[in-house]
Structures are given as structure tokens and as C-alpha cells.
Design a protein around this ligand. Structure first.
Ligand code: NPQ
Ligand code: MG
Length: 373
């Protein structure tokens, strides 16, 4: 396709409750949306960067800047752009994977809408529904944590993930394990809050039979994760560290991760996410789909990704209502009966969801910018 224009939209999405992690408290999501307008039609992509560079070095203002000054001009001047060509065309810019991923997703949405094909079909989805877990923030008290978890269990979520940090780990995990019983699926995510000096402390999580511990140490520190994996029974799972399929293979071979969290934004796009999935499947390493508090646009694509056969653990692909009272697409709602705790994989063209443009305009944090070649 030829891209005629690229629009940057910034939307403010208040969260239904504050979401606290080891890197801070979020009360609203500032979302950067990309719309590509092409000769084949339009497409939307969601950038998963946060407002501040705490989870990752990327953040919204940085992503918007690199898109406006480097990435969008390249695509606007290219004679032909396809989703499969975007990563190569943008490869001259170092890093900025979340910014690149948002552009690639928008191009893919336009391309698949024009072809009448869904993300799920294109990715190779093998199921119509995906099992969902939920990520639970650090709470003001154990009682409030237990109340929140009980609510999610009642809603049907198949797996609970607790955010942990030093001072909020053994006690909340013990109490939630007690609440869920021995068969409840439970895992923890430290978002890099520990160091290898905490290995003996983290080993005290072993009796709680967790599915995994996610990213206890620094993004760059593959070696410490490998060392921890040698001393704890709980499987170690990397999130922040996994920036590409090649890094995933390296981390697996070094024994630093026996399960992989896949987030398309973090690895530079859905096409690289497919490669992470494929190589993990070849290596018999289970994967699950992470979440970045996406609106319906990013959520739709994640649910389609999570329908691939290597996604054998429930993901952070929660219902829209876990985060937002209203969404800018039709909301994702958990199924009932045999589909309790599951989300249906969209089957319509592209992401399969429709963006409510009036909603996007209404919640705009600033006037949208339109870039042309
Ligand atoms: C994780 N997500 O798995 C991330 C962390 C996270 C669902 O736990 C703004 C931008 C807010 C990025 C909150 C979940 C965020 C964010 C949490 C990432 O580590
Ligand atoms: Mg994580």
C-alpha cells in the first residue's frame, strides 16, 4: 500500500482503580493511537508505552517524537509498505520497539481489513476462545487485596497474578494461596524489584506452588535470572528482558527463563511476537500473552495472538472492565458457561473491533496530529 497520512491521537483513559506495581501507581492510562490512511483503506494501532519511562525506557512522549520525526516520514515516503516490510523499513532507527510496533499494527490492520481477513486468521489462531488471567496490583492492605482477588475469582478469571516487591511478597502470596486453595493458578510479577542478593528470600515462595515468578531482576541481567533458576523450584519467566526472538532463544539456552511472557509492543510488533511464539514452541517452552493496560484496539490483537497453540498458560488478556469503565471499541467481556474466564477471538476483518471516533475525540488529551509525505 501507499500511506497517505499517519495520525497520532492521544487519549486519556481513567482506570477503574489505581494499579500499583513495584515501579509506581497508575490511576489513568495515557494512550497513543496511530491511524494510517492508505490507498487500501485505514488501520489503527495502539502504542503500549506508558506515560513515564518506568516499566521500559520507552514512554509516550518519546514514542510520539520518534514516530513524528523518524518513523512516520520513512513510511510516508516509501513507494510501498506492507506489514511484513515495516520492521525492515524502520530498522535504521535503534530500539523504539513500542513505537515501531504501533505503526506495524496499524499497517497490518489496514492490510487485513482490505483483504477481509482477521488478525486471528493471519496469525494462525487455533482456538475461538482464550483463557484469561488477571494482574492484581499491590494493595493498601491484605484485606483489600483479598477482596479484590475474590471479586476476580467470582468473575471467572482462570489465573491470578500478584504484583510483588520487597515488603509485599510472602504474606500476600500466602494469604491469596489460602484463599484460592491448592488448585488455583497463581503467579507473581516483581517488575525488576529484587537483586540476586534476595535469592534466598525468593526461595521462600517455593512452598506456595506458583506457576512462575516473572522478572525479579533488571531487564539487562539475564545472568542473575539464570542463577536464581538454579536455586528456586518456582519457574522463572522473563518479561522486560525479552526484546526479540533472538534474545528469547539466548535467555532460554542460558537457563534464565523456562516460560516466556510475550508482549508484541516490547518485541517491536506482532510479527516478531509470532517469531517468539514459534521458536519457543520449537524449544517446548510455554508462552503466555502479557498485557499493557490496552484499550480495545490492542486488546483485540492480543486476544488473537493468544489463540496460537504455544500459548498454553492463561494470559493477562483480561476483560476491558478490569481496567476501564468505557472503552474506545466494543468492550471485551468474559464468556459464561463453558466459556467462563475466556474471551472470544474476534473474527471480523483486521482487529475485528470498531474504533469509536467520537470517543477518541472526546477523550483526546491534545488535538491529534496528521503527518503527510
Ligand atoms: C507487566 N502489565 O506484566 C505489566 C506491567 C505494566 C498487566 O501487569 C502503563 C504502561 C501502565 C505500562 C502498568 C501487567 C502499566 C504498564 C503495568 C505496564 O509487567
Ligand atoms: Mg510483567
Amino acid at each position: 500500500m501507499r500511506i497517505d497520512a499517519i495520525e497520532l491521537h492521544r487519549v486519556g483513559m481513567p482506570l477503574v482503580r489505581p494499579f500499583e506495581t513495584s515501579f509506581g501507581v497508575q490511576t489513568a492510562r495515557e494512550v497513543l493511537l496511530i491511524r494510517v490512511r492508505s490507498d487500501a483503506g485505514d488501520g489503527w494501532g495502539e502504542c503500549v508505552a506508558g506515560s513515564e519511562p518506568f516499566y521500559s525506557s520507552e514512554y509516550v512522549d518519546g514514542a510520539a517524537h520518534v514516530i513524528e520525526h523518524y518513523l512516520a516520514p520513512t513510511l510516508l515516503h516509501a513507494p510501498d509498505v506492507t506489514a511484513a516490510s515495516v520492521a525492515r523499513q524502520l530498522g535504521f532507527v535503534a530500539g523504539h520497539r513500542m513505537a515501531k510496533a504501533a505503526l506495524e499494527a496499524a499497517v497490518l490492520d489496514a492490510e487485513l481489513r482490505a483483504a477481509g481477513r482477521s488478525f486471528g486468521e493471519y496469525f494462525g489462531a487455533t482456538v475461538e476462545w482464550v483463557g484469561c488471567g488477571v494482574s492484581v496490583g499491590i494493595a493498601p492492605s491484605i484485606d483489600e487485596l483479598l477482596a479484590e482477588v475474590s471479586g476476580y475469582v467470582a468473575e471467572g478469571y482462570k489465573r491470578i497474578k500478584l504484583k510483588i516487591k520487597p515488603g509485599w511478597d510472602l504474606e500476600p502470596v500466602a494469604r491469596v494461596r489460602e484463599l484460592l486453595g491448592p488448585d488455583g493458578l497463581l503467579q507473581v510479577d516483581a517488575n525488576t524489584a529484587y537483586t540476586l542478593a534476595d535469592a534466598e528470600h525468593l526461595k521462600r515462595l517455593d512452598p506456595f506452588d506458583l506457576l512462575l515468578i516473572e522478572q525479579p531482576f533488571d531487564e539487562e541481567d539475564i545472568a542473575s535470572h539464570a542463577a536464581l533458576a538454579q536455586v528456586i523450584e518456582t519457574p522463572v519467566c522473563l518479561d522486560e528482558s525479552i526484546l526479540s526472538a533472538a534474545i528469547a532463544v539466548d535467555a532460554i539456552e542460558r537457563g534464565a527463563t523456562s516460560i516466556v511472557n510475550i508482549k508484541a509492543g516490547r518485541v517491536g510488533g506482532y510479527l516478531e511476537a509470532l517469531r517468539v511464539h514459534d521458536i519457543c514452541r520449537e524449544l517446548s517452552v510455554p508462552v503466555w500473552c502479557g498485557g499493557m493496560l490496552e484499550t480495545g484496539i490492542g486488546r483485540a490483537a492480543n486476544v488473537a495472538l493468544a489463540a496460537l497453540p504455544g500459548f498454553t498458560l492463561p494470559g493477562d488478556t483480561s476483560a476491558s472492565a478490569r481496567y476501564f469503565a468505557d472503552d474506545l471499541t466494543e468492550p471485551f467481556v468474559l464468556g459464561t458457561g463453558e466459556h467462563a474466564g475466556q474471551l472470544r477471538v474476534p473474527t471480523g476483518p483486521g482487529t475485528g473491533v470498531e474504533v469509536d471516533e467520537a470517543f477518541v475525540a472526546d477523550r483526546a488529551l491534545s488535538p491529534h496530529r496528521t503527518l503527510r509525505g
